[in-house]
Design a protein around this ligand. Structure first.
Ligand code: GDP
Length: 366
């Protein structure tokens, strides 16, 4: 599943948003593979297609896809050099596959900003610098090892050394590692992945605004942030932590009412999950039956055996074939059997690239 780290300076609203996530919490019992730690919260991925399946199958158990959020506290100026909570939290970020950076875009005289004023771009710069410094450490260490190996005439090491040098130079100039991946050769990409560089992780900004600014969906700070993010090609999700906290404990009808009051189509958490999925290229397939209707997360472009492996590694190993139904066809015919009679349930083999929304039924050897 998607594991998203929440970073940001102190007093920007991380805990408030994290509380909302824990309150909204997906039922942990359904996800035995997840270890629940105090700094980890899980939310269900909103998907109306799962609701449609449930209406037809009326299953005993309904399991949405989940996103894990990890609250990564302690990122302050100087963190890479051991200020604040020190360095350990960076290991938490390494385990995440995406980063949500909460950026304070609200003024409040009662809530100190650690740097005295609200300034989204400056705040982003501080966090980025800390992450870059940390990556620089990792790259320099690797560079030294490769340099030693290269001296013995090892061609691969020489190639790796060049990649490290390029990365080091870039980081020193204040660039993120993500600017270098996918265009500087396989050696560099492999090193970035190997070192799990922090500035290579997909990232988006979460602008935290006051509830009074929600209706106009922003303010001057959000505009500054958006302008900056657009230049970087990074996306921005605007939310109000306070409202999310309220929404997270509400009954569905009250929740709908409050969303309507603020002119929102969905909760901020839903938008955040959606964005996480988008930047990671994640999609959903379904399994459906009277026992269980369930949504599963897979990487866009994955073939059928790989997707079967999301359910269980044995399904991947013993994969024979899959019967599959596109969600639109399920909707059109109203049930699997009707779709089958209409001839739109397909049999697909190992090479089939699973599509978002596919309902899958796997056949496999045990
Ligand atoms: P953290 O240090 O980043 O975890 O920040 P917190 O979540 O503890 O928030 C810092 C302060 O800002 C708290 O007093 C929150 O109540 C307040 N705060 C957070 N989000 C909002 C918001 O959306 N609106 C308003 N008015 N206050 C907020």
């Amino acid at each position: 599943s998607l594991k998203c780290g929440i970073v940001g300076l102190p007093n920007v609203g991380k805990s408030t948003i994290f509380n909302a996530i824990t309150n909204a919490g997906a039922e942990a019992a359904n996800y035995p593979f997840c270890t629940i730690e105090p700094n980890v919260g899980m939310v269900s991925v909103p998907d109306s297609r799962l609701d449609e399946l449930v209406k037809v199958y009326n299953p005993k158990s309904i399991v949405p896809a989940v996103t894990e959020f990890v609250d990564i506290a302690g990122l302050v100026k100087g963190a890479s050099k051991g200020e604040g909570l020190g360095n350990q939290f960076l290991t938490h970020i390494r385990e995440c596959n995406a980063i949500m950076e909460v950026v304070r875009c609200f003024e409040d005289d009662d809530i100190t900003h650690v740097l005295g004023s609200v300034d989204p771009v400056r705040d982003i710069d501080i966090i980025e610098t800390e992450l870059i410094l940390k990556d620089l450490d990792s790259v320099e260490k690797r560079l030294n090892t490769e340099a030693k190996a290269a001296r013995t005439g090892n061609a691969k090491a020489k190639e790796n050394l060049e990649a490290c040098e390029l990365l080091k130079k870039g980081l020193e100039e204040g660039h993120s590692a993500r600017e270098y991946i996918g265009k500087n050769g396989d050696a560099l990409d492999a090193i970035v992945q190997d070192l799990a560089l922090l500035t290579a992780k997909p990232l988006f900004y979460c602008a935290n605004i006051r509830e009074d600014d929600l209706e106009k969906k922003g303010n001057a700070y959000v505009d500054q942030l958006k302008e900056f993010a657009a230049k970087q090609g990074t996306s921005v999700v605007v939310i109000s932590g306070k409202i999310e906290e309220e929404l997270s404990t509400m009954e569905p009808e009250d929740k709908a009412e409050l969303l309507k009051d603020y002119g929102m189509e969905e909760s901020g958490l839903d938008s955040v999950v959606r964005e996480g999925y988008r930047i990671l290229g994640l999609q959903t397939f379904f399994t459906a039956g009277e026992k269980e209707c369930r949504a599963w997360t897979f990487e866009k472009g994955s073939k059928a055996p790989r997707c079967a492996g999301v359910i269980h590694s044995d399904f991947e190993k013993g994969f024979i074939r899959a019967e599959t139904l596109a969600f639109e066809d399920f909707r059109k015919y109203g049930s699997w059997n009707a779709a089958k009679e209409a001839g739109v349930v397909r049999t697909e083999g190992k090479e089939y690239v699973v599509k978002d929304g596919d309902i899958m039924y796997y056949l496999f050897n045990v």
